[in-house]
Design a protein around this ligand. Structure first.
Ligand code: SAH
Length: 354
């Protein structure tokens, strides 16, 4: 499939043709990554952030936010709980926060590895090479960093570089992470103001071009008080005109299914943003059209509510065991199994338990 064909599929509205897309994506998922759905326990380790991303509710410029960082022992306790739940991977995510130091994370990573043996994924934003190398050496396995958009001008607008630093280049960062030895994960939001159909087609093409190991795709959800909630959002939408991609479930599912067709053996989550947009069926719908991963939240509820990158996040008030039970029931209802082991990219992915 070339870029023009991706674009045609994104614009497809015929339900019969779309049914064909869903079926093809599901068949490719089954053939290449099997029936197992891998669970990655998410720990939101802090919401301090130095960036001013125009889409994000915890950006440095977000007014009146109560900020937190989880204590060392809180993080370890969350990871141990994830292991007791049978999760093979723990994902630690935060705002871009120099207050989360290299040394602190080295300690956390070493301790989680020693106590649980779980695979460790980091999603801590753009960090210095020395940090990345130290964390890899301490035992981290994977890094998630969405490139957000392939349109360079839109990227600069919605993801300003830090003052006094080189231009932010997340694709470059991802290549560095791969060279250091991480499995690399990336992704985009669907329907950010200023995103055109042609840009989204290029985004999907780029996942394949860079042979990404993990790809997260969720709908853009407007975060009140962010720049995209105001004049900037209006302006970007006006400029995109009829080319503007909607931030709806159908478009997200098309992007997900096409990504599965182009990247048959990659790990693709059914995202929390999709479950937020459609609390009833979003997560299952993602799993039906190509996704093979879900990321249940392990963050204590008290802190979950403060990690507000967008409003109404699915599972906000739940404890971790409730979230886990709900997700496992959804997976079984689809006739799929729960993944066992670390579930990295490759044949080990096929293994599951009922
Ligand atoms: N600070 C880290 C983690 C950010 S949160 C980083 O920048 O990589 C993880 C992802 O959430 C982001 O990459 C972005 O794609 C997504 N996100 C942020 N704000 C969002 C919003 N309003 N709607 C939907 N997704 C959002």
């Amino acid at each position: 499939m070339n870029r023009d064909e991706i674009l045609d599929w994104l614009l497809e509205t015929d339900p019969v043709r779309l049914e064909e897309l869903w079926e093809r994506a599901d068949a490719v998922r089954e053939a290449h990554v099997g029936m197992a759905v891998h669970l990655r326990g998410l720990i939101e380790i802090g919401n301090h952030c130095v960036r001013k991303c125009a889409y994000c509710g915890i950006a440095a410029c977000a007014p009146g936010m109560e900020r937190y960082r989880l204590a060392f022992q809180d993080i370890i306790d969350c990871a141990v709980r994830g292991q007791a739940f049978g999760f093979g991977t723990v994902v630690m995510q935060s705002g871009e926060d120099p207050g989360i130091t290299r040394e602190f994370m080295v300690d956390v990573i070493r301790t989680i590895k020693r106590r649980t043996g779980m695979a460790i994924t980091l999603s801590l934003g753009e960090r210095r090479e020395e940090d990345l190398r130290a964390w890899k050496e301490a035992g981290a396995d994977r890094y998630l960093l969405r490139f957000e958009t392939t349109d360079p001008e839109l990227y600069r607008t919605i993801h300003p570089s830090l003052p006094g630093t080189a231009l932010s280049d997340r694709l470059q960062q991802l290549l560095l992470m791969r060279e250091i030895g991480f499995e690399i994960g990336t992704g985009v939001m669907v329907g950010i103001p200023g995103q055109t159909w042609a840009t989204l087609a290029t985004d999907i093409w780029t996942f394949r071009d860079f042979d990404m190991d993990m790809i997260g795709i969720g709908p853009f959800i407007l975060s009140p008080g962010t720049p995209l909630d105001g004049e900037l959002g209006e302006q970007l939408r006006r400029e995109a005109g009829t080319g503007q991609v909607p931030s709806d479930e159908l478009t997200t599912l098309k992007a997900l299914a096409l990504t599965r067709l182009l990247c048959p053996d990659t790990n693709i989550p059914s995202t929390t943003a999709l479950a937020t947009l459609d609390p009833g069926a979003g997560r299952a719908n993602g799993l039906k059209v190509g996704a093979n991963v879900v990321m249940p939240n392990l963050t204590p509820p008290k802190y979950r509510v403060l990690y507000r990158i967008y409003p109404g996040k699915a599972g906000l008030q739940e404890t971790a065991d409730i979230t886990r039970d709900k997700i496992e029931a959804q997976i079984h209802a689809l006739g799929r199994s729960i993944g066992r082991g670390p579930g990295g990219r490759g044949r080990a992915n096929m293994v599951g338990i009922d």
